[in-house]
Design a protein. Structure first.
Length: 126
């Protein structure tokens, strides 16, 4: 769980470059800000967040809870997006899969699906 907490702190303090230090080169990341697209590789992640910034959009993800089950961590919180169209805020549930202290996969889910995925991660370890 320490890696996931460090990812969140990295976004707040150092941006995407600090985050990428904790990400596997071959990461598979489906950001809530990506309209359903799945990014593959750390350079695709860098490009996505650079393009968001260049477009004048700002994202603020506010975590409210962290729950781990083995190498899978569920973070529930609020995503606030601001840009030319105003401010949009929504509740979000993000899943992070870790291996050897690095993020190898990340994505968002409905609350029910996220909780089910977290539970299944524990079942696979048993």
């Amino acid at each position: 769980m320490a890696t996931v907490r460090a990812l969140w702190a990295g976004f707040r303090s150092g941006g995407v470059d600090q985050v990428l230090a904790l990400v596997d080169e071959d990461v598979e990341w489906q950001p809530l800000s990506g309209g359903g697209a799945v990014m593959r590789g750390s350079e695709a992640v860098r490009r996505h967040f650079s393009e968001l910034s260049e477009s004048g959009q700002s994202l603020e993800a506010i975590p409210h809870s962290f729950v781990a089950n083995g190498d899978v961590v569920l973070v529930s919180g609020t995503l606030r997006r601001s840009g030319a169209g105003g401010i949009e805020e929504r509740t979000a549930h993000w899943l992070f899969w870790l291996s050897d202290g690095k993020l190898v996969r990340a994505g968002w889910r409905s609350r029910e699906e996220a909780e089910r995925t977290l539970e299944q991660a524990g079942d696979q370890r048993s």
